[in-house]
Design a protein around this ligand. Sequence first.
Ligand code: COA
Length: 166
Amino acid sequence: MIDANNNSILIGHIFTHPWHRDEFPPLNSMDKLKNGMDRLLNDPSCKRMIYLNELGVRPVARGFNIGRLLVNHALENLSNNGGSGVPSTVQLVSVQGSARFWEALGFQLEQLNLDKSEYLKKNYGLDAVFMTKYLPIKPMAHSNHYNSTNTNNNQIVKKSLILSAY
Ligand SMILES: CC(C)(COP(=O)(O)OP(=O)(O)OC[C@H]1O[C@@H](n2cnc3c(N)ncnc32)[C@H](O)[C@@H]1OP(=O)(O)O)[C@@H](O)C(=O)NCCC(=O)NCCS
């Protein structure tokens, strides 16, 4: 966005990274986070997803489809540039009463077991819910599937994305 003095102002951002499918990243523990990332990098049997870690649009710019554009653009970017190695499952923890926004973008509520549900409410807030969207599966580009070597796994894990809107 351009202000009265012709300066560009950041009005929104999104941050995604790979994580373990059906789990949410631990909060306030670098050790657990590092451990989880190490497993993603080194254990080919780990099931992966694209985790939408953060999305924010400045209050003044809300209601103009910027949130929707950031999410769609991030997912298209990952899908188109990541090849067959990018997970087709996208998950997030919805906070601050944003569940209806995510539903409008095609995400669905996940039922969690009691332990996970309590962890979520205790650590992310009482209205926190876990949500999932499945992207269309792309045809495999070649036979070297992403689970076949650690090198490929490392490339996938590094496919984190930060987008900003000005
Ligand atoms: C949630 C947020 C990113 C939405 O951004 P936005 O640019 O205002 O949303 P959009 O204009 O793209 O809205 C897309 C759709 O979601 C709906 N929507 C947006 N915010 C909503 C809300 N709080 N509750 C219900 N629906 C909402 C819009 O009506 C629209 O639906 P429609 O096309 O059917 O009319 C923004 O309100 C925000 O930054 N909130 C604070 C941070 C936050 O909660 N982030 C998400 C944490 S998981």
